[in-house]
Design a protein around this ligand. Sequence first.
Ligand code: G3I
Length: 481
Amino acid sequence: MISSSPPRRRLRAAVVALATAVLPATALVLSTGSSEAAASTLGAAAAQTGRYYGAAISAGHLNDSTYVSTWQNEYNGVTPENEMKWDATEPSRNSFSYGNADRIVSLARGRGMTIRGHTLLWHAQQPGWVSGLSGSDLRSAMLNHVTQVATHYRGQIYAWDVVNEAFADGNGGGRRDSNLQRTGNDWIEAAFRAARSADPNAKLCYNDYNTDGVNAKSTGIYNMVADFKNRGVPIDCVGFQSHLSSSSNMSSYQSNLQRFANLGVDVQITELDVGGSGSGQANVFGQVTQACMAVSRCTGITTWGVTDKYSWRAGDTPLLFDGNFNKKQDYTSVLNALNSGGGGNPGGGTGLLRSASSTRCLDVPGSSTTAGTQLQIWDCHGQTNQQWVRTSSNELTVYTGSSVRCLDTANGGTSAGTAAVIANCNGGNNQKWNSNSSGTITNVQSGLCLDVNNAATANGSTVIVWTCNGQTNQQWAGPTS
Ligand code: G3I
């Protein structure tokens, strides 16, 4: 549902009401502002709603320190612009080359960024050797490529563009002719199944352009996604490239995102750029941002570059930073739209994590921000050391801005009994947690359950990970609001 009031503000109002009701006046020490203040960077503003704001980054420009610092200071996500494509990663058959992509991934992981992989299969930017293949030989080369690349990055990629641009433009709504299509109409689902086997935790997306509204092409893709969902083909998300201009018709942009979300997939804006200048350009950037924020399954936005200087369509000056890395009017439009909040946290909620056995809450002792601090349960009071955000990457974070920390196991440990701690976010599977319908919260790396040690229920009881056993000290409610 679209709400006019940002979720953070609603949450704070609820917290204040709760605190007023149950705490003595002397205990009313709610921090002022940090969780509801407008964030000052794109990434921080998006993160407050559980989303990411990323940029396509090109390895060839990593020697430009202003480019790197603008990306790292402003964004919390990345897509390698060309470095993960087939020509870059498999220049000769079954010989793989990951150097440039790994450089970008490593920089991004060092900052806990959300990484989109782009792209496993596309009719363009194929290596020369592929042009000599067809039929079953091409099919097996294609699936080997998917398997090898997705395996190389297993556990590091938030979402893969498994297949890019497989639909034709125009009014037909059908597939594009390509060498891949000529291996058989089932090539897309075969690719998705191979990707799922290689990296079960990555979200698997179909990605395309000219899909920025309800039209014949987007409807063709919609029908494919509906069919995949009906038949159990593994697909998790749809990417909308959104190469736009000031004069783009935005009338059905949001409703188009929503109809895909209603199929049970996430949606992402994957290659946003808007040709133009001034307020016309800024308005379109703002509309795209507002649309994503209004769709709870819209998990993030990526602009196709950082600066007009290095854009693939530099003549259109289509990005948020000009050629000198100055913020444009577009930047303010986007930041304001991000800060005005959205319709729900796509990751699955913000708020308290209440233990079923004690009805006490997961709590950082003493409101510490020190990495390695073991978590405890404590009376629920709703202060910031009990406010957990499930991010679109399945992290559980506490605090905001530069204080943000991730729920982790001590030193990334995977054995039963390892302390549950806060740590600096690093994007690793030891910091990803699945909330299960049984109420358990399982660590993606170890499969162990978040557990109140010794099934204790008193204030100050410590929290660990332990073999899942179905007991109530492993059941948690939230974060839900
Ligand atoms: O790096 C070489 C350089 O050594 C060489 O001298 C030069 C000569 O032209 O080419 C350079 O490579 C270029 C590469 O970008 C890196 O700049 C390629 O020619 C050029 O074709 C390539 O263009 C990329 C394009 O995809 C290829 O189709 C763009 O950077 C990239 O932004 C663009 O991205 C695509 C998405 O993947 C899919 N959606 C559309 C989007 C825009 O076209």
